[in-house]
Design a protein around this ligand. Structure first.
Ligand code: FAD
Ligand code: A2P
Length: 279
């Protein structure tokens, strides 16, 4: 029996036994483990929190000394959702994720309600097609944007390219895309507009190869039956490791696209999926 379901006339627990509330606490409502290195979870949403799909916030737990241990996390749920979803790596010795991976329904996490980020529609000029280019957990902001009606109102075609080393790492994104066609809010909008192009690089799967290579060789355009990127029509959002972001930027620039920002919307925008792999 949990504390919450204890009989009503039971004596109140002594003060020391009452779990202290974390600052900016939100309650975990579900957790799903996808691989030994990846999991997703949902938490309650602060009533006052407004954010634009694609933005990130700081979340975390208390460390051993009772100090908040916070990390940047993209909100994977769309801006209309009643809850907040996150998609997370499990870094074995990572200060936060070595603990965060053990959260369970009913636990508290800290969530600082100050969303920011560049992967937002406002940071791009209007266009015909939008490309979401992600590796690993970099799909998180696009899990939000793919579920936002605004994405389909603004663009004729939405192309989600997601690359991981192995097939199991694509599963969160694959199931999310699959679920969209039955979504009562955007199911009809997505039909025929969302083109999903998952690839692996170290395990056999229907589509193989790095995003950079599939763009440069033209394979993805041929496979999807769409023209090569054109700065007049194509817009892109990029989220991966620093090395990936660096190399994709070079490819996009070769197609004639320029990097924009909230303050100066242009043809593509970039966000780090995490920090710490050189460059
Ligand atoms: P850290 O000390 O933060 O990281 C240790 C090392 O683990 C890093 O040096 C890096 O080599 C590796 N690493 C960290 N994060 C990742 C990752 N996501 N994928 C692969 N390797 C990684 N992480 C998420 O899991 N989901 C998100 O949605 C997310 N959004 C982010 C948004 C932004 C803008 C930034 C800057 C980072 C984001 N991160 C995200 C990374 C996150 O902030 C933490 O780094 C991560 O949770 C690990 O925390 P840690 O304290 O366990 O280890
Ligand atoms: P590869 O297996 O060829 O290195 P990681 O797990 O190292 O973050 O990589 C996640 C995915 O991103 C892998 O499929 C990896 O391909 C790919 N990748 C890593 N670095 C780059 C890069 N600089 N350009 C394009 N793809 C990359």
């Amino acid at each position: 029996m949990t504390e919450a379901s204890a009989v009503t006339d039971a004596p109140a627990p002594p003060k020391a036994a009452v779990k202290p509330h974390l600052p900016d606490a939100q309650i975990v409502t579900s957790v799903k483990h996808w691989t030994d290195r990846l999991f997703s979870f949902r938490v309650t949403r602060p009533k006052s929190l407004r954010f634009r799909s694609g933005e990130f916030v700081m979340i975390g737990l208390l460390d051993d000394r009772g100090k908040p241990l916070l990390r940047a996390y993209s909100i994977a749920s769309p801006s209309w959702d009643e809850e907040l979803e996150f998609y997370s790596i499990k870094v074995p010795d990572g200060p936060l994720t070595s603990r965060l991976q053990h959260i369970q329904v009913g636990d508290e996490i800290i969530l600082r309600p100050k969303p920011v980020g560049t992967l937002v529609h406002d940071a791009l000029l209007p266009g015909r097609r939008i490309w979401f280019l992600a590796t690993g957990t970099g799909i998180a902001p696009f899990a939000s944007l793919m579920r936002d009606p605004e994405t389909y109102e603004k663009y004729d075609q939405v192309i989600m390219m997601h690359t991981c080393r192995e097939k199991a790492e694509l599963e969160y994104g694959r199931q999310l895309v699959e679920s969209l066609k039955d979504d009562p809010l955007i199911g009809e909008m997505v039909e025929g507009k969302l083109l999903y192009y998952p690839t692996t690089t170290r395990e056999e799967s229907p589509h193989m190869g790095r995003i950079t290579d599939n763009l440069t060789s033209g394979k993805v355009f041929a496979d999807l039956g769409i023209p090569p990127m054109d700065p007049e029509e194509d817009r892109a959002m990029v989220c991966g490791s620093l090395a990936f972001n660096h190399d994709v930027k070079a490819v996009l620039e070769k197609f004639g696209l320029h990097e924009g920002a909230n303050s100066e919307p242009l043809e593509y925008v970039v966000e780090k999926a995490f920090v710490g792999d050189g460059i």
